[in-house]
Design a protein around this ligand. Structure first.
Ligand code: AQP
Length: 333
């Protein structure tokens, strides 16, 4: 049976990019594969977090995943930090990863600029640098065949594949080599205020980020104020018309169709924005309603996580033990 794994950082509030790029495929995969999904709280620690806010956001992230339609009876939903094999395997993999290959990770370079301040690299955590290896461990522990992610994670997935192949080559068959599964539309949702930058939890302008749980009137306002351009022509051309093209992609991803064809149906930016807002409200409103219900029952969230951690550990510990034996560590005595 096909194994699927993916994760999301509780580093902020879940947004439309997370939903269209990742969560929507996660829900679909539940019925096609043996699916493991985690809230990767250890990854969130790579940049400064307020402890209280991190705890709250972690539970909110779990609630959001249940609200979008993950069903603990059909998938394994868990917290990364509750499965200690993640950092343990990460160490084994770090010792196989080359300094130079981590240096090439573009997300690291981007975040150095954002979080490093004066002296850039010197100011960021070592965890931010090694995070793609922890992500490789997240995936390889579950012997995942497929990893449904947005476009921004392609490079990290490539690293996970390289590490799996290298380890298998050096020590004998141990890990499944995973494939990225990137959706055909919605894989790269752009910030509504800065349409040349991807929508993101931590970096974007609040007005440019549509939250999964935004009330309809807030969502509509954000879409109405989305940055476009001054030529007035509705046309799909991401390089020259990033704002309008992003709106067309959002419409395609939420209501169906393809962005180039959809462009022909609108003669003004205002009409396009109205259609996008309607489609997004229809898509997100049921999720928002469920979110409130789920979040109101912390006992149930805890039960879901306890069950998820137990299921995840069963698979993760078998893989870790094999990898540890392969590199020459003695079994526990
Ligand atoms: N803009 C996006 N469009 C499509 N997919 C996206 N994903 C993230 N942003 C977009 C996908 O969502 C999943 C979870 O990724 P994450 O937790 O790394 O999300 P993030 O919003 O990028 O959060 P960060 O890391 O807190 O923001 P940055 O990196 O900007 O600091 C992944 O499958 C991702 O591809």
């Amino acid at each position: 049976v096909t194994r699927v794994l993916s994760g999301v950082q509780p580093s902020g509030e879940m947004h439309l990019g997370n939903y269209l790029g990742a969560f929507r495929s996660w829900v679909a995969e539940q019925d096609q594969a043996d699916a493991f999904y985690c809230v990767v709280d250890l990854h969130a620690l790579t940049v400064p977090q307020d402890p209280e806010a991190l705890r709250r956001r972690t539970l909110e992230a779990v609630a959001c995943l249940l609200a979008v339609g993950l069903d603990p009876a059909r998938c394994t939903l868990f917290l990364q930090s509750q499965v200690p094999e993640h950092p343990r395997l990460a160490w084994l993999l770090e010792c196989q990863a080359a300094f130079g290959e981590l240096r090439r990770m573009t997300q690291f370079k981007d975040k150095v600029g954002r979080h490093g301040g004066e002296g850039a690299e010197a100011g960021v955590s070592v965890g931010l640098f090694t995070y793609p290896v922890l992500m490789a461990a997240d995936i390889l522990l579950y012997q995942a065949d497929r990893v449904p992610v947005g476009d921004d994670q392609r490079q990290h997935l490539e690293l996970a594949r390289d590490l799996a192949e290298r380890f298998n080559h050096r020590f004998g068959p141990t890990f499944t080599v995973p494939e990225a599964a990137v959706p055909p539309v919605g894989a790269r949702v752009m910030d509504l205020q800065e349409p040349t930058r991807k929508m993101s939890k931590s970096a974007a302008s609040p007005q440019g980020t549509v939250l999964v749980v935004d009330p309809p009137e807030v969502l509509r306002r954000k879409v109405r104020r989305a940055v476009t351009d001054s030529d007035g022509e509705v046309r799909y051309d991401p390089a020259r018309k990033p704002g309008v093209s992003n709106l067309l992609e959002l419409l395609a991803a939420s209501a169906g169709g393809d962005p180039t064809t959809l462009a022909g149906q609108f003669s003004s930016y205002g009409a396009l924005k109205e259609a996008v807002a309607d489609a997004l409200v229809a898509l997100l409103e049921p999720i928002r309603d469920r979110y409130a219900t789920v979040l109101a029952d912390p006992g149930e969230l805890e039960r879901v996580l306890a069950k998820g951690a137990a299921q995840a550990r069963e698979v993760a510990s078998a893989t870790y033990d094999l990898a540890a034996e392969r590199v020459g560590l003695l079994p526990p005595s």
